[in-house]
Design a protein around this ligand. Structure first.
Ligand code: FES
Ligand SMILES: [Fe+2]
Length: 423
């Protein structure tokens, strides 16, 4: 009998039971109810441009192989050999005609089909129906503005419906200029001893922490985007629906990373961005957010998107990519790359500040007595409403935990709902 997670989150009054950050049974239920059903980020299209290109990743704890097939379509499969379960493709990425399992040599095509079995004639007497033993496909695969997603659930809504109004906010990160964006070559992967939701909720709507957590970085000029003492310039937390959340600065707040080559970049391209995104971009500047459940995006101090892969209740693997407008110059692209390394990467100034807090929030949930005390996400309760100009629920003030209430409310419903219509 699974646990009714709606008893653990009081989204209306802003209370969260801390067992959700440490309890192994809840973690298992998350794997079933969330990671085996939601649309999860797989990779950026620019990472697999040519037939035969592949990228290895995970959906929850399930290993996944994403391929560009000979017909140009993107496929995604469980990266698990159908013979005796070995992980088939061990390389992070590359180009291949076929994938040969290291254990006994079963071989799969880029379309997942089982195309060769050693000693098929002699040892299997030609009686193995190879058409039935291809790699198991991910039920639905689709992409939006270069971002490739997959879901294991054939009954999940389309990616378009799953993203809903969040699509416009994704455009504000990934489709600002002609040609959209490209992932920077290479990526960062590292382990943080924290629960995956603490990272996801920080990115969805926590402008509040910036001036404190990142005080040292702000003081040495690593970011020009915010400080606690500055006048409110119209920032908002925005909840476009389905558990997705975005944090926004005011429309005229500077967001360029403090790199000589990038100062004034946004201003120089303001008109192009307005042409593409419409009048909403004159109201707010989206800078950080989370696509439910574990895909987060960031622009301003540096431009990075990342997946928080769960690895047990108290660990994550962060997989993080830098990204740039395709239309940016080589010099600007090089500067963005440096900004990512300096700000948001395993050794990045901001990233290190954040990881430390998430780790301690996780550790304190181990204590049986501390666990009896709920988390408080009450900031701004009642000071938020649906606003047509944003087509979303919006906080009145730039600091609000409305995003956290939205995120954990969705988490609890997703954990309990038996099907999508119950959401
Ligand atoms: S486990 Fe893959 S060939 Fe045997
Ligand atoms: Fe932070």
């Amino acid at each position: 009998m699974s646990l009714d997670a709606t008893t653990l989150v009081d989204a209306q009054n802003g209370l969260v039971d801390r067992s959700i950050f440490i309890d192994p049974d809840i973690y298992q239920q998350e794997q079933e109810q969330i990671f085996a059903r939601c649309w999860l980020f797989l990779c950026h299209e620019s990472q697999i441009p040519n037939p035969g290109d592949f990228f290895s990743t995970y959906m929850g704890e399930d290993p996944i192989l994403v391929t560009r097939q000979s017909n140009g379509k993107i496929g995604a499969f469980l990266n698990v050999c159908r013979h005796r379960g070995n992980r088939v493709c061990r390389a992070d990425s590359g180009n291949a005609n076929a994938f040969i399992c290291a254990y006994h040599g079963w071989t799969y095509g880029t379309d997942g089909k089982l195309i060769a079995v050693p000693s098929l004639k002699e040892a299997y007497y030609d009686e193995l129906d190879t058409s039935k033993w291809g790699l198991a496909p991910v039920a639905q695969v689709d992409s939006y503005k270069g971002l490739v997603f997959g879901t294991f659930d054939p009954s999940a809504p389309s990616l378009k419906d799953y993203l809903g109004e969040m699509a416009w906010y994704l455009d504000a990160f990934f489709d600002r200029r002609e040609g959209g964006t490209e992932a920077m070559p290479g990526m960062h992967k590292w382990v943080v001893p924290c629960n995956w939701k603490l990272a996801a909720d920080n990115f969805c709507g926590d402008g509040y922490h910036v001036a404190w957590t990142h005080l040292a970085a702000m003081q040495v000029g690593m970011s020009q985007t915010t400080n606690a003492g500055r006048a409110d310039t119209g920032g908002k937390v925005v909840a476009p629906g389905n558990g997705h959340v975005i944090s926004c600065l005011g429309p005229n707040d500077p967001t360029d990373p403090p790199m000589p080559a990038l100062l004034g970049y946004d201003e120089r391209h303001r008109e192009e961005v307005r042409q593409r995104l419409g009048p909403r971009i004159d109201l707010i500047t989206p800078i950080v957010g989370t696509v439910f459940p574990n895909f987060s995006l960031l622009r301003s101090t540096s431009q990075s998107f990342r997946v928080w892969h769960p690895r047990g209740p108290d660990h994550i693997e962060v997989w993080s990519w830098g990204y740039v407008d395709k239309a940016a110059s080589q010099e600007e692209k090089a500067a963005y790359r440096l900004a990512v390394a300096r700000g948001f990467s395993p050794s990045g100034t901001f990233e290190q500040d954040d990881m430390d807090n998430w780790q301690e929030c996780t550790n304190s949930a181990r204590g049986v007595v501390s666990r009896r005390l709920p988390l408080n996400i009450q900031m701004g309760v009642g000071h938020e409403e649906f606003h047509e100009d944003y087509m979303s629920r919006v906080s009145d003030y730039r600091y609000s935990e409305m995003g956290h209430r939205t995120y954990y409310g969705r988490w609890a419903r997703m954990m309990s709902a038996q099907n999508w219509s119950e959401l």
